[in-house]
Design a protein around this ligand. Structure first.
Ligand SMILES: Nc1nc2c(ncn2[C@@H]2O[C@H](COP(=O)(O)OP(=O)(O)OP(=O)(O)O)[C@@H](O)[C@H]2O)c(=O)[nH]1
Ligand SMILES: [Mg+2]
Length: 475
C-alpha cells in the first residue's frame, strides 16, 4: 500500500458557490496546518452552530468538525481565500486515512491556487478514482461498492440512482458473499473426502449436493445474469429508433416526445439527412430517441448514404417506432421498411390522424405490430402520452420495470457471474457422473475465485487500474 498523501479538487470546474479541495494520507493534516490560519485567536471552540476556531496546534483539531479561517501562502503571507476546513481522522473517513477538506470559494482561481499550494507542500495530485481506490484497498468497501460510487456519479435517472445506491450499501456484495460462502462450505467437505478416501459417499451426498448447487447457485446466478440485461437499460438507456417513409412526421414526433424543437421539420420530404439523438426519461429509464432519415427507393446519392445510416441504427436499436400516415394508403416503401424491421420489437405509429375523419385510410396488414399501435397527431400534440406509455410497455412488459430491490450487475460483474455459472455447471455434471473428487474440487475452487474477483478479494492489479481509471479525478 502506497503511503503518499494525495490531493485533488473534488468539485466540478467552472464557477460555483464553493469549491472543495480534498487531501488524503498520512501528511494531510500537517500540510493543511502549514497553509491554514484560523480566524480568531484562541483554541477554544465556539457555539455549536458556528464553525469552531482552530488552535495553532493541528493535533488539537477535532475530527469531523468545521474550522473557519484563511488559506495563507506561507511564502509571502498572502491570503488566498477565506475557507472552512474539516478534518476526518483515520480510520473514520472515506479512505480510512486522515482526510482534510478545504471548502473555498468556488471560482476556478482560488481552488486551483490552493491545490497548487497543497501539492507544493508535500501532496501529489490524485489519479482518477484514487480516493475510492484507497477506500477499497483499505478495506472500507468492497469492489462492488466502489463501482457503485461511480454509477451514482453518472446516474441519469432516479431509478439508476436508486439501484446504484443499493449496490453501494452492499446488496451486490451480500448476494455474492452468500454464494461464495456456500461454495467454500462444499469445497471443505469435498476436501475432507480427498483426505479420507474411504468416506467419500458419507462426506459427499451427490444428490443432495446437486440439489444444493441448483438452488443456492445456478438459480441465483442465472437471475443475476438476466438482471444485467435489464439493468443495462438503466445504465446506458433504451435505444428507440423512429423510422418510416420521408415526410410522415418522424421529426415532428421526436420533437413532441422530447418537448423541444430538436429536429428540423419542413413540408419537404427528405428534410432529415443525418440521425439525431435526444434523451428523455420514461418510467425511470433513460430512453435515447433516434430520429432517422426517411427510407424510400431513391437514386439520390445523399439519400442513399442517409438510408445506410438508418439501417445501421436499426441493427443496434432495442425498439422501433415505425411511423406511417393515417390519411394515405400504404405503398411499397412502407412495406419494404416493415420487412426490414419485422424481426424487431416495435410500435406502429399512425400519425397525422387530424387529417382523417374517423378511421385511418391506410389498410394495415394484421401482422404489423398488432398489439402495439398508437394513433397520434404530432402537429396537434395528440396521442403522445399514449405513445410514451406504449414505449415502456412494449420494451419492459405490462408492469414496466420493477427495480425497487433488484441487483443489477455491471458488465464486468456479469462476465464473472457467467464464468462462475460455467464452473458450477461443471461441478454438477461431475457430481452426476461420479468422477474423482479432486476434479470437482478444482472446479469449485475456480467458481470461488471468480466470485472473489467480483468482490475484489482476488483480482489482478491491471484490472483494478482499469476499473478506477474510469472514475473522475477527486473521487
Ligand atoms: N397534419 C399533420 N401534419 C403533420 C403531422 N406531423 C407532421 N406533420 C407535417 O408533415 C411534414 C413533415 O414532417 P416532418 O416531421 O419533417 O417529417 P419527417 O418524417 O421527419 O420527414 P423527413 O425528415 O423528410 O423524412 C411537416 O410539414 C409537418 O408539419 C401531423 O400529425 N398532422
Ligand atoms: Mg425528419
Amino acid at each position: 500500500m502506497e503511503h503518499a498523501t494525495i490531493a485533488a479538487i473534488a468539485t466540478p470546474g467552472g464557477r460555483g458557490g464553493i469549491g472543495i479541495i480534498k487531501i488524503s494520507g498520512p501528511g494531510a493534516v500537517a500540510i493543511a496546518a502549514t497553509l491554514f490560519q484560523a480566524a480568531g485567536n484562541g483554541s477554544e471552540s465556539e457555539g455549536k452552530s458556528k464553525p469552531a476556531s482552530a488552535g495553532a496546534d493541528p493535533d488539537s483539531w477535532q475530527s469531523r468538525r468545521l474550522y473557519y479561517g484563511y488559506v495563507v501562502d506561507p511564502d509571502g503571507h498572502r491570503v488566498i481565500d477565506e475557507v472552512l476546513l474539516s478534518v476526518m481522522r483515520a480510520p473514520q473517513s472515506y479512505t480510512r486515512e486522515d482526510v482534510v477538506e478545504i471548502n473555498a470559494h468556488g471560482g476556478r482561481q482560488a481552488v486551483q491556487t490552493i491545490l497548487e499550494l497543497v501539492l507544493k507542500h508535500g501532496a501529489r495530485l490524485a489519479e482518477p478514482g484514487e480516493f475510492t481506490k484507497r477506500a477499497f484497498l483499505n478495506g472500507r468497501i468492497d469492489l462492488t461498492q466502489a463501482e457503485a460510487v461511480m454509477d451514482i456519479i453518472s446516474a441519469r435517472t432516479e431509478t439508476s440512482l436508486q439501484t446504484a445506491a443499493a449496490h453501494m450499501h452492499g446488496k451486490m456484495k451480500q448476494a455474492v458473499q452468500d454464494m461464495r460462502a456456500y461454495l467454500i462450505e462444499q469445497l471443505t467437505r469435498i476436501e475432507g473426502a480427498i483426505d479420507f478416501p474411504d468416506d467419500v459417499s458419507e462426506t459427499v451426498d451427490p444428490p443432495a449436493a446437486i440439489a444444493g448447487m441448483h438452488t443456492r447457485l445456478v438459480q441465483p446466478l442465472e437471475a443475476l445474469i438476466r438482471q444485467h440485461e435489464e439493468g443495462h437499460f438503466i445504465r446506458d438507456g433504451l435505444q428507440v429508433a423512429v423510422v418510416g417513409r420521408p415526410n410522415v412526421g418522424k421529426s415532428s414526433l421526436l420533437n413532441c416526445l422530447v418537448q423541444k424543437e430538436r429536429a428540423i421539420v419542413t413540408p419537404v420530404p427528405g428534410t432529415t439527412r443525418d440521425t439525431i439523438e435526444e434523451s428523455i426519461s420514461l418510467g425511470g429509464v433513460p430512453v435515447v430517441l433516434v430520429d432517422c432519415a426517411g427510407l424510400h427507393e431513391t437514386e439520390d446519392p445523399i439519400e442513399r448514404i442517409s438510408a445506410r445510416k438508418t439501417v445501421e441504427v436499426l441493427d443496434s436499436t432495442h425498439l422501433v417506432l415505425f411511423v406511417i400516415e393515417a390519411q394515405r394508403r400504404l405503398d411499397d416503401d412502407d412495406r419494404a421498411i416493415f420487412e426490414r424491421i419485422r424481426h424487431k420489437r416495435g410500435i406502429l405509429v399512425i400519425n397525422k390522424v387530424d387529417l382523417v375523419a374517423e378511421t385511418p385510410v391506410a389498410e394495415i396488414p394484421a401482422d404489423w405490430y398488432q398489439q402495439s399501435r398508437v394513433l397520434t397527431s404530432a402537429l396537434y400534440d395528440r396521442g403522445i402520452g399514449a405513445l410514451k406509455k406504449k414505449i415502456v410497455e412494449t420494451a419492459f412488459g405490462q408492469d414496466g420495470l420493477e427495480f425497487d430491490d433488484a441487483i443489477l450487475p455491471n458488465l464486468r460483474q456479469k462476465r464473472l457471474l457467467e464464468d462462475t455459472l460455467e464452473s458450477v455447471r461443471a461441478v454438477v455434471r461431475e457430481l452426476e457422473a461420479d468422477v474423482a473428487v479432486e476434479l470437482i474440487a478444482i472446479h469449485l475452487q475456480e467458481a470461488i475465485d471468480f466470485l472473489g474477483q467480483i468482490l475484489g478479494t482476488s483480482i489482478k492489479v491491471d484490472v483494478l487500474e482499469q476499473i478506477f481509471s474510469r472514475f473522475c479525478i477527486g473521487k
